[in-house]
Design a protein. Sequence first.
Length: 416
Amino acid sequence: MDIQDRIIYNIGVLATAEGRTPHKGKEQGDIKQIENAYIAIKDGIISKIGSGEVDKNLIGKNTELIDAQGKLVTAGLVDAHTHLVFGGWREHELALKLKGVPYLDILRQGGGILSTVRSTRSSSEDELYEKTSEALEEMLKLGTTTCEAKSGYGLSLEHEIKQLNVVKRLNESQPIELVSTFMAAHAVPEEYKDNKQGYVDLIINDMLPFVAENKLAQYCDVFCETAVFDKEESRKILTTAQKLNMGAKIHADEIDAIGGSQLAGEIHAVSAEHLIVAPDEGIKSMADGGTIAVLLPSTSFYLDKTFARAREMINQGVPVAVASDFNPGSTPNLSMQLTMNIASYKYKMTPEEVLTAATLNAACAIGKADKVGTVEVGKQADLLIWNAPNLDRIFYRYGHNQVKTVIKCGNIVVNN
Ligand code: IZC
Ligand code: ZN
């Protein structure tokens, strides 16, 4: 084998899922752990994984040797659900929330998502770009190396495109790899308040064809929820997107179970997300339809809701991913580490199951598992060196940043 660009050696434990397809059931917790490991990297790709002494033939005078100091190494974290690009914040809603005003009531009163729509519409593309860059910088320090980003605060062709353009520009200008999801069906905009059908038609006839033709997003998502979009409206939008070669995602059963998880399975959606109150039929439908459950534990925590029935989903053969859901309303949290901690404590998922959920299964949910989500020869060298000696430690401790070094495509991009 040739001389390598970089070799990470003295890895205490290398912990990773394996493969390119979602892991479900018992496989959800199948993690390979190699002690005293090393990883060789050539042209940004993992070229060799070994244990013990590094093979001398791999080391040339230009090979950079990185000492992992006996620490844990995993794949970079994949955040499969964020509302990344938005204007303003909504801290004024905290007092209402603490008084017990429900999330959907705030939205019905023209606040919530609609308040962020007003701030996003009045922000320029450059302002959104700057604000989003700051969030991404934080996320990178916390170990996120790949991230999905939904539009849905524009709610008109012009402003949705503005959000999608921000993601496109950021994909080229900073290390975190971004995957775009078009989500004009996030709320009914104020100007269509009395004409929801007109807005659904606008999405189907004008927005979706434009977004697909200009390759502005790989996925389409709908907020299938009481007083937002019902099951049949969601079906129309998502099946139109599928015909335009976009993958379907759905915000399902976050607050009320109105058929979102059943629909996800019926149309073979790539993922259904939230699922806080998913009924048995919905879980079965997802298992039958090959849909990944993208669970958002920090949202349950922040909205003071119950937690999705992750164990039941795993038992029923639904692959589980976890994501931050970073957004200015229902969870202004961008840390995948906090998300993973809450997933473990509240879903009762093991560290191994959560690692799969935050890497391989998350990568599958956004169509990136051929390149990222595991530490294997042939995959991109997206790696984290943790400030911890083993996998259990990063779940046992919580609340501070436990990532020490972030490597994206073979390059060190963060040294905390
Ligand atoms: O801005 O409130 N649930 N969409 C669906 C959200 C939460 C984001 C928000
Ligand atoms: Zn969301």
